[in-house]
Design a protein around this ligand. Structure first.
Ligand code: SF4
Ligand code: SF4
Length: 101
């Protein structure tokens, strides 16, 4: 029987995504290849007229960095971060990225 993946709440790590808003060319590769499908295009434009991705389901991000591997412009990457007891998953989103979302 296949092993059941841990739920986002039971994981000992969380995924975090960093997006360089103005490097993005809006190709959508990161959105297409994200395994749990947690990215979507922003409604907003960057300074070059593209719609960069935003993280729409943060708890489901695994930090696998496939988004970073597929991005041709080095505009996004994901990391896995250990979760400390009592720290909410949304506490550490950098202001630069939160503002861009
Ligand atoms: S780190 Fe992985 S799960 Fe998170 S947004 Fe990137 S591809 Fe998706
Ligand atoms: S893969 Fe890179 S350039 Fe393409 S939409 Fe995602 S962040 Fe933007």
């Amino acid at each position: 029987m296949p092993e059941t993946p841990p739920s986002a709440k039971s994981r000992k790590f969380r995924g975090r995504v960093f997006i360089n808003w103005d490097r993005c060319k809006g190709c959508g590769f990161c959105i297409e290849f994200c395994p749990p499908k947690v990215l979507k295009f922003s409604d907003k434009f960057n300074n070059h007229g593209y719609h960069p991705p935003v993280l729409e389901n943060e708890p489901a991000c695994t930090g696998c960095d496939l988004c970073g591997l597929y991005c041709p412009d080095f505009a996004i990457f994901g990391i896995r971060e250990a979760v400390s007891a009592g720290v909410p998953a949304s506490a550490d989103v950098p202001a630069s990225h939160a503002a861009a979302a």
